[in-house]
Design a protein around this ligand. Structure first.
Ligand code: NAP
Ligand code: GDD
Length: 334
């Protein structure tokens, strides 16, 4: 039985990856930092099947202890301060966790388990002010946020450990991926949760920032499969994981409100507080390499993703006793 260590187990991707690795027969160890209110909700359904250990990307000794205790075959470094907007107000913390944290865990691995295979959660945010469209593994980086800058550092640290110490270390350059487990501050989940609240009469509108930003949005449940595949190859390499489609925030709103029979124009307002000091206007990936070498491709479509998220936010409310006050119930929930 192989052992996988997942940092960021309490996050969106951590929970999907843990489920996938359990299905494949892995022993799964999940690392969590100490918190007054531990966030175990996303993996509640599998909590008794995984081992939870305490560790923090800010604390080198905790990483050494975790790795030497569990002796992983594979390490998935998903932990990060991952919200781009917050990285502008907490740039130093973001650099410490999202950037330097990668070197801390690579050092712990080099010393305590150098044969372990390492996955780094790199990001399409590194492309930033894009040099070319679509973006591939060969596209140069031009990050536009402290988060993007930190991810570029973590990306190159991973390559550097691979080249310096012959470690099996690789990065997935993942484009935006969403799900019903997405944090409420990210634009997709913010929209779908508001759509459900508006339909149930709990809210009257939603304030957003740049509706014209375009992203290549996929489903997290598809993307975590690619992470696992990257660690099963003969040689460690970096891969773009995307859908090869780009859509605007406005299009996301159209489909999300349309799902409950509403017109987004009646409910969306613009609030400059949600604009960023520097914006990433367009992301569009090309996953050809992953398709060819890993045999990976996404399954959930853009519209399917939006509808899955709206339905989930609506169902949670209906199960708690709420009723539709505006628009209509999607047929799938009737
Ligand atoms: P997420 O939901 O924000 O989860 C982040 C995780 O990191 C949480 O479990 C969080 O724990 C943990 N964490 C934060 N600071 C930590 C620290 N100092 N020490 C240990 N753990 C810490 O993110 P996600 O969407 O699952 O994304 C997973 C990874 O992929 C992240 O590295 C993200 O930057 C990257 N990525 C995401 C996307 C995307 O579209 N989702 C795209 C490309 C790359 P708490 O619960 O304690 O906060
Ligand atoms: N969060 C948010 N809230 N974003 C908004 C809003 C709003 O009210 N209104 C418009 N947007 C725009 C943002 O300006 C951005 O252009 C786009 O919606 C997406 O924002 P987020 O959902 O916050 O995601 P992100 O693209 O900045 O970052 C996500 O994807 C990266 C991969 O490209 C995160 O998951 C990162 O961790 C990830 O690396």
């Amino acid at each position: 039985m192989k052992t996988a260590l997942i940092t960021g187990i309490s996050g969106q991707d951590g929970s999907y990856l843990a489920e996938h690795l359990l299905d494949l027969g892995y022993r799964v160890v999940g690392m969590m930092r100490r918190s007054a209110t531990p966030s175990t909700g996303r993996f509640a359904a599998i909590e008794d099947k995984i081992e939870l250990v305490a560790g923090d990307l800010l604390d080198q000794s905790s990483l050494m202890r975790v790795i030497s205790d569990c002796q992983p075959d594979e390490v998935y470094n998903l932990a990060a301060q991952s919200f781009v907007h917050s990285s502008f107000t907490e740039p130093i913390h973001t650099g410490e966790v999202t950037g330097l944290g990668v070197t801390r865990i690579l050092e712990a691995l080099r010393i305590c388990a150098p044969k372990a295979r390492f996955y780094q959660a790199s990001s399409s945010e590194m492309f930033g002010d894009v040099f070319e469209t679509p973006q591939t593994e060969a596209t140069p980086f031009h990050p536009r946020s402290p988060y993007g800058v930190a991810k570029v550092y973590g990306h190159w640290a991973t390559i550097n450990y691979r080249e310096s110490y012959d470690m099996y270390a690789c990065s997935g350059i993942l484009f935006n991926h969403e799900s019903p487990r997405r944090g409420l501050e990210f634009v997709t989940r913010k929209i779908t949760d508001h759509v459900a609240a508006i339909a149930c009469g709990e809210k009257d509108g939603i304030a957003l920032g740049n509706l014209d930003a375009r992203r290549d949005w996929g489903f997290a449940g598809d993307y975590i499969k690619a992470m696992h595949l990257m660690l099963q190859q003969d040689t460690p390499e970096d891969y773009v994981i995307s859908t090869n489609e780009t859509h605007s925030v406005r299009e996301f709103c159209e489909i999300a409100f349309g799902r409950v029979g509403l017109d987004y124009n009646d409910f969306v307002s613009i609030d400059p507080r949600f604009y960023r000091p520097a914006e990433v206007e367009l992301l569009l990936g090309d996953f050809s390499k992953a398709k060819e070498k890993l045999g990976w491709e996404p399954e959930v479509t853009f519209a399917g993703l939006v509808e899955m998220m709206v339905d989930s936010d609506l169902k949670r409310r209906l199960d708690a006793g709420a009723e539709i006050k505006r628009g209509k119930l999607p047929e799938s929930l009737a």
